[in-house]
Design a protein around this ligand. Structure first.
Ligand code: G2I
Length: 548
């Protein structure tokens, strides 16, 4: 005997009361049914997948899911340079066209990936000189974007131009053309299609960090120059072992610039074999990405990089990791599918609403003119702490996974306040730690100490300088100090104490002794010396400078 489902039970009641059927059916929770695309479209968002030509042409199960569940598509490889122009001016569009046709038949928005990238670009391009390379780039963009001007709505114009520290990647593009290749690529794309939305795309830019901040600054700079850039793409190749980034705050700061944000290549890989905690974390990551995008109007949607574990780039690149997608290798739905579905449909909120505990005491050390090292005690969480936000002057500067970090890129002689807070995979954050205040050292090698000399006594043939007071004017502990000064002509050092003096020409260098090189901030020590001078000379040393 079969047990009636909730829906069939409702239906049998409705049969009795006839005309009320439609209103009561409509009251059923939206997340109970419907493909992903229905719920995304209801929010004005896309939910997309990366299409691979092999299964698209040969596997019915792949085609059915692709057509049913998604309202957006990105060609995983078919629109890249090596696929579209493998040799100079020899264009091959069959795979790209196959994806475009399938998308149009199924009413899916098409995102073009990618025009200018250091990878999957044929060697004939990489070997060109500057002028020929710029021409090749212009020709390629104009031909590819022009061909799809009526079908491709958005483009990744440049892809992965940054290093992790926010400097430009020294790709053949950058090394041959300099930074200007980026602005030029956007201008060429706009010339080829006045309506397409033009994006910059990268990985590890999902949270607020050095790389995403470099991308943010580049967007500001390009827009200030009138370069046509409309959107940014966060690839979002996530991994459960690395923690969940502070995605929504990052989406919000880009949105505030007036650009759209896309999640372009979402997958969440797991070290294999996967355990139940990791699968739960994966579900949470998927849900959190969708929710973050739901919560910001300018986040236009999420593309999953594939959809079945049968066809995923992950195992080929990360040998002991995988199961990164929302369908298993037999096209069965995984819990991650349900997480995406329910987040799109407005289903139950995340179960975990418990924040991590407040981090232990925050301390600062190793202050330089541009950096400081922060350390704190670990937090705990009912599930797991996935990272720590470092707050610089009250705003999140970066998120790290350990319990110490060196914050760099600070200005010299500047006061800063730092605090940290812990976060978990559900996006809960702890209370802030204690705040530490530091002042960076002076820049330009000016040192972090001062020397003040006093003439204690003098006579016609000599004098005693005592004390020379050495003070640590920085905010971190010294391990050594050096005082230099100028000795007048004809004068000779006859003795010294509490420092080791060497003379070269008229320059005297006084170095700390083993016992008085260490000075905490504001601490002082003294040394002294005696000098003989020609009878009649009344001068004394001058120009005391101190360096740590
Ligand atoms: O690496 C993951 C993605 C990172 N962001 C940019 C994306 O374009 C990139 O996608 C991957 C594709 O998923 C892979 O399928 O890009 C790889 C290339 O860098 C793609 O792999 C290549 C293989 O390396 C080639 O051997 C193969 O011929 O796919 C080609 C086509 O199947």
């Amino acid at each position: 005997m079969s047990v009636p489902t909730r829906r069939s039970a409702v239906l049998s009641v409705l049969t009795l009361i006839g005309t009320l059927a439609v209103p009561i059916m409509a009251a059923e929770p939206a997340f109970a049914s419907g493909p992903l695309r229905t719920h995304a479209a209801a929010r004005g968002k896309f939910i997309g997948y990366a299409a691979a030509n092999g299964p698209l042409s040969s596997e019915a199960a792949y085609r059915n899911i692709a057509a049913t569940e998604f309202n957006q598509v990105t060609a995983e490889n078919a629109m890249k340079w090596d696929a579209t122009e493998p040799s100079d001016n020899n264009y091959t569009f069959s795979n790209a066209d196959a994806i475009v046709s399938f998308a149009q038949a199924n009413n899916q928005a098409i995102h073009g990936h990618t025009l200018v990238w250091h990878s999957q670009t044929p060697s004939w391009v990489q070997g060109l000189g500057a002028s020929a390379m710029r021409t090749a780039m212009q020709d390629h963009i104009s031909r590819v974007v022009g061909r799809y001007a009526n079908s491709v709505a958005t483009w990744d114009v440049v892809n992965e131009v940054f290093n992790e520290d926010g400097t430009f990647r020294s790709s053949f593009w950058y090394n041959t053309l300099g930074q200007s290749f980026i602005a030029d690529a956007f201008r060429y794309a706009r010339a080829a299609d006045a309506d397409a939305k033009l994006c910059i795309n990268d990985y590890n830019v999902e949270g607020i960090n050095a790389k995403s901040t470099a991308m943010y600054n580049l967007v500001v700079s390009l827009r200030n120059q009138g370069v046509p850039i409309d959107c940014v793409g966060f690839q979002a190749h996530l991994a459960v072992q690395y923690g969940f980034p502070n995605l929504q705050a990052n989406i919000e700061r880009f949105a505030a610039l007036g650009v759209d944000v896309r999640i372009t290549e979402l997958d969440v890989r797991i070290p294999l074999p996967a355990d139940s905690n990791e699968i739960t974390a994966q579900n949470t990551y998927y849900r959190n990405v969708i929710t973050a995008c739901n919560n910001v109007a300018r986040c236009t949607g999420v593309t999953i990089w594939g959809f079945t574990d049968k066809h995923s780039w992950v195992p080929g690149t990360f040998p002991n990791e995988g199961q990164a997608l929302i369908y298993d290798a037999n096209y069965g739905v995984k819990p991650a599918y349900t997480a995406v579905h329910d987040a799109l449909a407005g289903g139950p909120p995340p179960v975990d609403t418990t924040p991590p505990t407040t981090p232990g005491t925050l301390t600062a050390s190793g202050v330089t003119s541009s950096s400081v090292t922060l350390s704190w005690g670990a937090s705990t969480d009912n599930v797991a702490v996935t990272g720590y936000d470092i707050l610089q002057n009250g705003a999140v500067r970066t998120t790290v996974s350990g319990t110490s970090a060196t914050v760099s890129g600070l200005s010299s002689s500047t006061a800063y306040q730092f605090a940290v807070r812990a976060r978990d995979a559900a996006g809960n954050t702890s209370a802030n730690s204690n705040t530490v205040s530091i002042t960076t050292l002076p820049g330009g090698g000016g040192g972090g100490c001062s020397a003040v000399a006093t003439v204690q006594t003098q006579w016609s043939g000599g004098y005693v300088i005592q004390p020379v007071t050495v003070t640590n004017t920085g905010t971190s502990q010294t391990t050594s100090w050096t005082v230099t000064f100028t000795l007048p002509s004809g004068h000779a050092i006859v003795g010294s104490w509490n420092a080791a003096l060497t003379v070269s020409g008229q320059t005297v260098t006084a170095r700390n002794m083993p016992y008085n090189g260490t000075l905490g901030p504001n601490a002082s020590t003294t040394f002294g010396f005696q000098v003989s001078r020609p009878t009649g000379s009344t001068s004394v040393p001058s120009g005391y400078t101190c360096a740590v």
